[in-house]
Design a protein around this ligand. Structure first.
Ligand code: ZN
Length: 232
């Protein structure tokens, strides 16, 4: 059975291996994982956990907040869209389909209580909207920094789990996450500027961030907003 290390109300799953240091991580499901060398005594590990209590509590709080911000995919739910909110209206229908109607997203689904069906229909709607809107935003960004003479990228839009964008500078391709439409325009443009900057510098080094600061002076706070959203 898996071993656990406990200190007060903190409890971490313990994984031992031939490593040299102890590490602690907070998982997205709010559980704790401790990795430790094979021979580190348990009292030391308990102490290690206790000494990181403030750090653990900060992370648990942040992750709980991020999870709470995730859409609920049910009738009456709220969906973030371009800095505002849309109301989710779910109606019975012959097939799962979502459309924009003013300040609402109307979804028809065979079973309106099937959150997974509703989610997929909404994601397809966001993907369609993103395919229409993101190219316009890329053009606006390019025009604003025309003096930099970035190549016009081939833009691909995909619904992705773990990243907001990527740039294949060699192929001249920028890929953007359709879920960016959950954010206000300033945040989306900052992601676009970030990917454009990769045409000059591939790695996230000081020169890259120097250029990004020129393209998007508020990039630090704007990128921080991206980290506050839960991607399931
Ligand atoms: Zn990057």
């Amino acid at each position: 059975m898996a071993k656990e290390i406990e200190s007060g109300d903190l409890r971490a799953l313990l994984v031992r291996s031939p490593r040299r240091t102890v590490s602690l991580q907070v998982n997205p499901d709010l559980s704790l994982l401790m990795k430790a060398p094979s021979d580190t005594p348990e009292p030391f590990l308990r102490d290690f956990l206790e000494r990181r209590r403030a750090w653990v509590e900060r992370h648990l709080e942040r992750m709980a907040r991020i999870k709470a911000s995730a859409p609920t995919w049910e009738h009456g739910g709220r969906l973030p869209f371009l800095g505002g909110e849309l109301e989710l209206v779910v109606e019975p229908g012959s097939r799962a389909r979502a459309r924009l109607a003013g300040k609402a997203v109307v979804v028809t689904a065979r079973d309106p209580s099937d959150a997974e069906d509703v989610r997929k229909a909404v994601e397809r709607l966001y993907a369609r909207e993103a395919a229409e809107r993101l190219p316009v935003m890329v053009d606006a960004c390019l025009a604003r920094v025309a003096r930099r003479r970035f190549p016009r990228p081939e833009l691909r839009v995909r619904t992705m789990r773990s990243r907001w964008g990527s740039c294949d500078a060699k192929a001249g391709v920028i890929t953007l996450n359709a879920r960016l439409l959950r954010f206000r325009l300033e945040v989306i443009e900052c992601v676009i500027m970030h990917e454009l900057a990769h045409f000059k510098y591939r790695k996230h080094g000081p020169r890259f961030y120097g250029l990004l600061e020129e393209l998007c002076p508020e990039y630090e706070s704007l990128q921080a907003e991206l980290a506050e959203v839960y991607l399931e």
